[in-house]
Design a protein around this ligand. Structure first.
Ligand code: BV8
Ligand code: ZN
Length: 259
């Protein structure tokens, strides 16, 4: 690199660090004044735990997209294949831990007792980290639901017998919300209420394409909330944000909360 260009690059790095410090001060000020911060998280908050995101590089399994496997039709057509997909993800998750982003939100909940985390993730990492109030919009990969008797149970078998059967003999499915399925009414209602009441929403690690989860940010904005997006990439909902922080969640959130 020519001598001339080195100072430019160094100046850019310094400016970026200064901008980041200013951003952190701005957001801390908002947190000081907030009566009810809310977090909306997606697969990106678990990326630094080693969990492949849905639409990122690791989002394919046997060259199939999650969207094509996470559907009732796919399960109807080939329950063994869909269970092999979930067994693969459960194996990955069995070996991962929450990352500093998850723990930063636990620290935040110590200051804001009713901090609500609305997550699209099914990995259970927010609860595993110790977050007290988590709304799992799309269910949880560690629970099964019986197609026969409807019983919902926690099941942490890795690997899981495929296809798993209930004591009643019925076939089990993952207790997650597939594309084309309604979200649990009580959970999405609580999420809408949180979006309607919050004055500060952090939108962390989501591509903002899956509905109705992605509508929560504009909904919060419409009620006057201040929105902070934390995502290395721009998303379709970046335009409604007050601040867009193009950083990794596992690096920025610990700095923001000071851990
Ligand atoms: C419903 C559980 C109605 C399963 C999931 C148009 C056409 C077709 C369908 C629709 C449509 N409009 C709406 C729909 C319906 C559909 C939908 O939204 N489709 C999309 C794809 C267009 N929605 C539904 O079907 C929902 N149900 O609408 O029901 C209804 C009503 C009544 C009666 C019957 C039906 C159900 C949607 C739920 C689907 N299930 N998961 C499973 O996990 O196996 S969604 C799935 O995607 C995951 O939960 C995931 O969390 C979620 C969203 O993805 P993201 O979390 O955003 O992850 P993604 O990989 O996309 O992005 C990661 C981001 O992180 C990136 O931006 C990246 O830059 C960033 N990142 C990466 N590293 C980091 C980072 N950020 C910070 N730090 C880092 N280190
Ligand atoms: Zn059963």
């Amino acid at each position: 690199m020519s001598q001339k260009r080195a100072p430019d690059r160094a100046a850019r790095v310094v400016r970026r660090m200064q901008d980041l410090s200013n951003t952190i001060e701005e957001i801390r000020g908002r947190l000081e004044d907030s009566r009810m911060p809310v977090v909306l998280s997606g697969a990106g908050i678990s990326a630094e735990s080693g969990v492949p995101t849905f639409r990122g590089a690791g989002g394919l399994w046997k060259n199939m997209r999650a969207e094509d496997l996470a559907t009732p039709e796919a399960f109807e057509r080939d329950p063994v294949l869909v269970w092999e997909f979930y067994d693969y993800r459960r194996r990955v998750l069995a070996g991962v831990r929450p990352n500093p982003a998850h723990y930063a939100l636990v620290r935040l909940a110590e200051r804001f007792k009713d901090l609500t985390i609305i997550t699209q993730n099914v990995d259970g990492l927010h609860s595993l980290a110790g977050s007290p109030k988590v709304l799992e919009l799309h269910g949880n990969i560690w629970r099964t639901r019986c197609l026969g008797c409807g019983r919902v149970e926690e099941n942490r078998d890795v690997p899981i017998t495929i296809p798993p059967r209930c004591a009643c003999g019925g076939m089990l499915r993952p207790d997650v919300v597939w594309f084309g399925e309604a979200l649990p009414a009580d959970v999405i209602e609580a999420a809408f209420e949180a979006a309607d009441r919050t004055d500060l929403m952090f939108v962390v690690g989501t591509s903002g394409v899956v509905q109705p989860a992605a509508s929560l940010a504009p909904r919060a904005k419409a009620n006057g909330a201040y929105l902070v997006e934390i995502n290395p990439d721009a998303t379709p909902i970046s335009t409604v944000m007050d601040v867009v922080v193009k950083e990794k969640a596992g690096e920025f959130l610990p700095r923001l909360v000071g851990i």
